[in-house]
Design a protein around this ligand. Structure first.
Ligand code: ASP
Ligand code: MG
Length: 421
């Protein structure tokens, strides 16, 4: 479906195939679109074939989402997609015009014209396949393809969108489909940082990040790349670089295989997410079938449960269970649990939306014991209480009160020696 490739980052071929992606701030006004056209023209003048994927102009998608919700909160998801996909159509056309104006042969492509086929899940569809034949034909003729990101065509032949931030995924999937030598994601920062530089000014840019680490970082709250784009990059071995549109020579960050990273610190990065809510079910029966009675109805209600803890019961009969979901799902989760109340048999439900998740991530964790302990000690020294913990091979996440997020991130950043000198 996407084509295949061998692993590893190739040195640039004299004539390469390149996918470039520009985010919302990079195409935020006409001057910026002209600037982007200049960056594309530069690659063309090096003799490369170029496919460009664009986002909507900054703020545009929010506006379109807002309009749709305002007319009807219970809108049809297929019409939502028609409206919100429009932002990318405008930038794709404008960039093609800007390229033409400086003498670069280019044309715009909407998702359905390629086509980029997606699943039926309107509003958060997954790319299922890209037919690269037409694109390749035009690229081969030296024409730049300017592709509207974030959109595709669903099995019902209607426009679909890939979920917020989805043009990253369009770009990596297009890169895989045309077997591009690399996929450059241009954004408003010059790479992936050890943590959010707005919270920790001493955060450092990472030269390289392993695909697995980037996957955790993205899904645990780092907003540079949509999680699905990293999955596709990892699966199809697409060498992805994150670069600044405004300072393209600043270095950037390369996503690569774990083996390509020589120095493996125990912790590579710290992510956080405020979009968390916690629900506790008190005094549930301690017997087989209860977890299923809780999580079945939640799954049916479309609630994505994240962290889970169940206490050891004191008397062997009743226990407490706590889990987390996103804030936007909290009301739905409570509703589902209240309806399932008789089948579960809890005494009380409590919920808390003022929580946040802080995570440490690093492939080096596998080889370094005691990494989690440093996290727990650091938080306790700051008097921060941990409400829930979850771990995987390369990450540890804790749930804490939202008011302590910045303090926790800063303390952990220095505890793991990530601060820039
Ligand atoms: N414009 C869409 C959004 O804001 C897609 C993207 O920019 O990646 O979510
Ligand atoms: Mg984005």
């Amino acid at each position: 479906m996407y084509g295949s490739r061998t692993a590893g980052v190739q040195t640039e071929r004299a004539m390469a195939k390149i996918a470039m992606k520009f985010g919302g701030t990079s195409v935020g006004d006409l001057d910026r679109i002209r600037h982007v056209a200049g960056l594309v023209a530069k690659e063309v003048s090096r003799g490369h074939q170029v496919a460009v994927v664009v986002s909507a102009m900054a703020g545009e998608t929010n506006k379109l989402v807002g309009w749709t919700r305002e007319i009807s909160p219970l809108h049809d998801a297929r019409e939502y997609d028609v409206v919100v996909a429009a932002g990318e159509q405008i930038t794709a056309g404008l960039l093609a015009v800007a390229l033409g104006a400086i003498g670069v042969s280019a044309r715009s492509w909407l998702g359905w014209q390629i086509p980029i086929r997606t699943s039926a899940m309107h509003g958060s569809a997954r790319i299922e396949g890209i037919d690269a034949a037409l694109l390749n034909e035009r690229l081969g003729q030296g024409q730049v393809a300017v592709i509207a990101g974030f959109q595709g065509i669903a099995p019902d032949h209607r426009i679909s969108t890939l979920g917020r931030g989805g043009s990253d995924t369009s770009a990596v999937a297009v890169a895989a489909a045309i077997e591009a030598d690399r996929c450059d994601i241009y954004t408003d920062v010059d790479g992936v940082y050890t943590t959010d530089p707005r919270i920790v000014p001493k955060a450092r840019r990472l030269e390289k990040v392993a695909f697995e680490e980037m996957l955790e970082m993205a899904s645990l709250g780092a907003k540079v790349l949509q999680t699905r784009s990293v999955e596709i990059a990892m699966l199809y071995r697409v060498p992805v670089r994150v670069l600044s549109t405004f300072d393209p020579d600043a270095g950037g960050t390369l996503l690569c295989d774990e083996e390509d990273i020589v120095e493996k610190k125990p912790v590579t990065g710290i992510a956080y997410s405020r979009d968390e809510a916690k629900i506790s079910l008190m005094k549930i029966p301690d017997r087989p079938g209860i977890a299923a009675a809780i999580f079945g109805p939640l799954a049916d209600a479309g609630v994505n449960v994240d962290m889970i803890v169940q206490n050891v019961s004191e008397d062997g009969r009743r226990t407490d269970l706590t889990f987390t979901c996103t804030r936007s799902e909290l009301a739905r989760a409570l509703d589902a649990l209240e309806k399932a109340g008789p089948a579960i048999g809890y005494r009380e439900i409590t919920s808390d939306a003022n929580v946040a998740k802080v995570s440490i991530i690093g492939i080096g964790m596998r080889a370094h014991p005691g990494v989690a302990q440093t996290m727990f000690r650091t938080l306790s020294e700051k008097g921060i209480n941990i409400k829930v913990i979850s771990t995987s091979e390369i990450k540890v996440s804790v749930l804490i009160s939202e008011e302590y997020v910045e303090l926790a991130v800063r303390a952990l950043h220095s505890a793991y020696e990530l601060d820039a000198a």
